[in-house]
Design a protein around this ligand. Sequence first.
Ligand code: ADP
Ligand code: MG
Length: 254
Amino acid sequence: MVRVISLANQKGGVGKTTTTINLGACLAELGQKVLVIDIDPQGNTTSGLGVKKVDVTEDIYDVIINEMPLAETILHTKRERLDIVPTTIQLAGAEMELTSMMARETRLKEAISTVSANYDYILIDCPPSLGQLSINAFTASNSIIIPVQSEYYALEGLSQLLNTIRLVQKHFNPDLAIEGVLLTMYDARTNLGTQVVNEVQNYFGDHVYQTIIPRNTRLAEAPSYGLPIIDFDRKSRGAEVYLELAKEVMKNNA
Ligand code: ADP
Ligand code: MG
């Protein structure tokens, strides 16, 4: 059975895209068939997986707005078992266009259902907002991974995210679960990092992954080469921890 997971936090720069790319690649490394769907109009997952936006002719906008079959937009990446549905900046218009459309919340869910038999995991990289695109992602998902940056105000804004999750559970997707809360960009050299880890663990309890993603410059460098960390620098700490995370995610779903 496929597991559809949204990566969400309406704060920008917390590691959603880095986690989508690298969790996706590490799940593929572990033998899973993975589809990554980029629904952030900025398209950092698209470019981070080596797809040049100028070469994209069909993207997730065409699927959500024009009802193009999702299969027609899927591209293979250089990594075996890892596919992507790209986005381009035209998706930025979709938030507005969706508000006047029929069945607007379930469009992505319907599209995904046509390809889900081909995958073990489908990861959706969400934009830094809680609008129609994120609601489409949550409606289409079994669960949500919430990346949280290990810094001051880590928990700020999370109540809004949890409210949106509750609304989607109530109206569109009663089974939507929290897959896990992931601490990112952790710096072991500061007391602050440790304090934030404790605070997030107190708030989310068992939902917090044991794997904590440290700050690692190789993780920030890899996207400009269009490669996931395990293909860019396999020996880096970043590659090790994302492999650990993939194992933890698989263990939780075994
Ligand atoms: P989001 O998708 O939530 O906006 P990103 O994944 O794009 O966040 O991360 C924001 C920035 O931080 C990017 O430049 C990314 O390369 C960098 N980054 C993310 N995770 C790490 C990490 N663990 N160590 C160092 N840099 C990171
Ligand atoms: Mg992003």
